[in-house]
Design a protein around this ligand. Structure first.
Ligand code: HEM
Length: 453
């Protein structure tokens, strides 16, 4: 007899209603709901309506499933809807396609390329910083999402149409993402086909973005040059074993996937970092001292991002407390064992980076912003095990180095010129949409008169 069939099924999370399951609790306060389930067994079954979803709550088990992409594939209720709309790019495709796509794309994220992209990161940040005036009030999340969109479009496209493409993508991206999110939480097709303004706006945004990307691709194909940007890198990349390159449709899907993966993640992380530094003046002071000593009067560059340990620890702590991809999912391709339980084939499996990275067993005072917990002599094995904001295994974020260059570069550059303080006394809390972002973060900027004062 197959030993897996003799294993027990995971326990059910308490409080499910007959038809709705845990849907109501999930919609009302998803973070609290998942945190409560983390106190139980390593795997618990949650019900989204009638659909059972296996929630994995221990870092060791999550690492095991992430390093077995054949059994735990991309797909299931949370991915299928995105794939149907945004395409079968590297972030959403199943393992079999991933084995072809990822090696083609990997060189576009080589350290040498990131140094090239950092010029665009700095240019976008400088322009934004120059556009502010002393005492200006900012909706920081909105501003930094726009900056992240500006940066990723500048790193993608540097041809003659780049500025227009960047403006259009910045305009169309928010309604596209909002529509995609609605489709994620309501995974039934018909409500999204009704002739409602929200649906029409979503269709127009998605088609608009596809059209702009297609125009850029056509322009690049016509002159055939490697412009040193991300689109060129993806266009000229080929699989060393097979010689395969990406078709125009595949390129279009990859670009949409990059936009979706790069904008909200880096934008929200940079916003959380500005918020956390403003609420922890002693850490902000240490970051400023480091910038003064290491960078001085010159502009920040890609190398600085790796050589500012105080700022980096603050970023790591922000990614622990507020992982943008707070909930990730897989689907099983065959029956499997996890934590001593039987997981059937075609089961939806989810895990929450937010909960794993706030587990009190791994992180003392888990809800506090304490960047020094990442000092080399204080990091514990349990802490390293539980921290995975960029994922693990073959599907680990391809843009991790890009993101970890961009965030310190943006925040370091802005902090050199501006002091950020909260404009209202309103508490800032994580807001769970498709990704996790800060609730409205209104800040006022004051120009620093002398260097870093
Ligand atoms: C703070 C910044 C970022 C965070 C925290 C982050 C997080 C993640 C995570 C957790 C995954 C794995 C998802 C899974 O296992 O299901 C992922 C995948 C991915 N990320 Fe990021 N990301 C960030 C920035 C970026 C940027 C800047 C880009 C592109 C320029 C990017 C592109 C991608 C892509 C293409 C994938 C899919 C990789 C694959 O499946 O092979 N990410 N990201």
């Amino acid at each position: 007899m197959d030993p897996i069939t003799t294993l027990p099924a995971p326990p059910a999370a308490p409080g499910a209603l007959p038809l709705a399951g845990h849907l109501w609790q999930l919609v009302r306060n998803p973070l609290l709901f998942f945190e409560r389930q983390h106190r139980g067994a390593g795997v618990v079954v949650v019900r989204i309506g009638p659909k059972p979803v296996h929630l994995v709550t221990r870092p060791g088990l999550v690492r095991r499933l992430l390093t077995d992409p054949v059994t735990f594939d991309k797909g299931g209720i949370f991915i299928d809807g995105v794939r149907a709309l945004a395409g079968n790019g590297v972030a959403t495709c199943p393992t079999a396609d991933h084995a072809v796509q990822r090696p083609i794309l990997q060189p576009a994220f080589h350290r040498r390329r990131i140094v090239e992209y950092s010029t665009a990161m700095r240019a976008g940040t400088d322009e934004l910083s120059r556009s502010w005036h002393d005492g200006q009030h900012l909706d920081v999340v909105r501003v930094l999402h726009r900056l992240a969109a500006d940066v990723v479009t500048r790193t993608l496209f540097s041809g003659p149409g780049a500025a227009h493409a960047a403006r259009e993508i910045q305009r169309l991206f928010p309604p596209m993402l909002a529509g995609l999110y609605r489709r994620l939480i309501v995974p039934v097709a018909w409500p999204h086909r009704l002739p409602l303004p929200a649906n029409t706006e979503f269709d127009a945004a998605l088609h608009g973005i596809r059209r702009i990307i297609a125009q850029e691709i056509a322009g690049y194909r016509a002159d055939g040059r490697d412009r040193g940007d991300l689109l060129s890198a993806m266009m000229h990349a080929r699989d060393e074993r097979t010689g395969a390159t990406l078709t125009d449709t595949e390129l279009n899907e990859q670009v949409i996937g990059m936009l979706m993966a790069a904008i909200e993640t880096t934008g929200s992380a940079a916003a959380w970092l500005l918020h956390s530094l403003a609420t922890h003046p002693e850490v902000e002071e240490a970051v400023l001292a480091e910038l003064r000593d290491t960078v001085g009067d010159r502009d920040l560059n890609a190398h600085d991002a790796g050589s500012l340990p105080v700022l980096r620890r603050a970023m790591t702590e922000v990614l622990r407390l507020y992982p943008p991809f707070w909930l990730l999912s897989r689907v099983t391709t065959r029956p499997s064992e996890l934590g001593g339980y039987r997981i059937p084939a075609r089961a939806d499996v989810v895990f929450s980076l937010y909960c794993l990275q706030r587990a009190p067993e791994a992180f003392p005072r888990p809800h506090r912003f304490e960047p020094d917990r990442w000092l080399p002599d204080r990091v514990t094995a349990g802490q390293k095990d539980a921290q995975m904001p960029f994922g693990v295994g073959t599907r680990k974020c391809i843009g991790d180095m890009y993101g970890q260059t961009e965030i310190p570069l943006i925040v370091g550059t802005l902090l050199r010129h501006w002091r950020f303080r909260h404009a209202t006394g309103r508490t800032v809390v994580p807001l769970v949409k498709g990704t996790m972002r800060p609730s409205p973060l209104l800040m006022v900027v004051t120009r620093r008169t002398a260097a870093f004062s």
